[in-house]
Design a binder for this molecule. Structure first.
Ligand code: SF4
Ligand code: SF4
Length: 343
């Protein structure tokens, strides 16, 4: 098989250390976790990715808390910008406790070329980072000309973080700006004691393919390369591509070319694959699933599902790979038309 897709983005998980310790954090991040990538290593890996992948256009800095990198984060944003890449930072906003500091930080990041700031908040986050910090960060970023997306965990019956934010006078003013958005996000439970959320699974969405796989590569805090930045990536050994050595990123990425499961996940998504191979029994495994990455972890970690996949996948190869090839061809034509139209 030939891998026909080039990654369009690289996600840099700068560290798993975090200023918060959200109970359902997919990486179990907290202030107690130590270590992460050095700034120089991050910049070298971004350069390597740019050289290896001709369609690479975006660098996402995330974690843990990316701002723990301090000035190395700004330097790395500037480095990516100098290579002609767009940049985005994902953060919990803990650095924006004081508005004056937030304004200074955002001005420096804008100067470095930062295009977008994604802020994560909600019931679990706000045990550690108050709503005010999110508002300061959003206001400072928009004021500096940086786009902002605030994602709020779906609330429980006792929390109302989403409506509280939307009702805030400062946020209402920001909502008039097209560069500011605020959305509700499914919050995936990682532990049995997770409180019930007011979220109903969107089954039609869950049955869609995963566009992350092949289109994104991930640099982990241990300098490994991973196949996606799905929330469950550290729970799925199959997503690990290998250790970076400074010159092997392209070969690590392309070694996935023979991995049929990745094509299948891209085309049909893990939720649909479980439904296909498990038939009437699928519901037992998919009960309570609200996120595709949750289904992906179940698919990879449940022995009965793995056994079924091993037994049945040969009968799906031809059909899935044909659909993949057709979709690639159509996407290629559409992209080329769009380029022509924009000339
Ligand atoms: S802010 Fe994000 S990375 Fe940090 S503990 Fe919470 S969920 Fe995890
Ligand atoms: S569905 Fe699977 S492959 Fe896709 S992002 Fe989630 S964990 Fe990664």
């Amino acid at each position: 098989m030939e891998c026909l897709i080039e990654p369009k983005s690289i996600t840099v998980l700068c560290t798993y250390q975090c200023t918060a310790a959200c109970k359902q954090c997919c990486f179990e991040s907290s202030p107690a976790i130590k270590g992460g990538l050095e700034g120089e290593v991050i910049r070298a890996r971004i350069s390597e990715a740019k050289n290896e992948f001709r369609e690479l256009g975006l660098v996402v800095f995330s974690g843990g808390e990316a701002f723990l990198l301090k000035e190395e984060l700004t330097r790395s944003v500037a480095h990516a910008t100098a290579l002609g890449l767009k940049t985005r930072i994902v953060s919990n906003g803990s650095w924006a406790k004081r508005l004056e500091r937030a304004i200074r930080v955002c001005a420096e990041l804008k100067e470095a070329g930062l295009g977008e700031l994604n802020l994560s908040t909600g019931r679990d986050h706000q045990e550690f980072v108050p709503e005010d910090s999110i508002i300061n960060a959003a206001e400072a970023a928009i004021g500096s000309g940086i786009e902002v997306l605030v994602t709020v965990e779906t609330d429980t019956s006792e929390s109302d973080c989403y409506l509280s934010l939307r009702g805030n006078a400062r946020i209402k003013r920001l909502l008039d700006d097209r560069r500011f958005r605020i959305v509700n996000n499914f919050w995936m439970p990682f532990h049995d004691d997770a409180p019930v959320r007011r979220q109903e699974a969107d089954i039609a969405l869950l049955r869609k393919g995963c566009s992350q796989v092949f289109e994104n590569v991930v640099l982990t805090p241990h300098d490994n390369l991973s196949a996606c930045c799905g929330l469950t990536l550290e729970h799925i050994p199959e997503m690990r591509l290998g250790k970076n050595d400074g010159s092997n990123m392209g070969s690590l990425y392309r070694a996935q070319a023979d991995d049929f499961m990745k094509y299948w996940i891209r085309m049909d998504g893990p939720y649909s694959i479980i439904e296909k191979v498990m038939g009437d029994a699928a519901g037992t495994y998919l009960e309570g699933v609200v996120h595709g990455c949750q289904a992906c972890a179940i698919l990879h970690k449940t022995p009965e599902i793995r056994e079924k996949i091993v037994a049945l996948f040969p009968s799906y190869v031809e059909e899935v790979m044909t659909r993949f090839a057709i979709k690639q061809a159509v996407d290629g034509i559409q992209a080329s038309n769009a380029r022509e139209m924009s000339k």
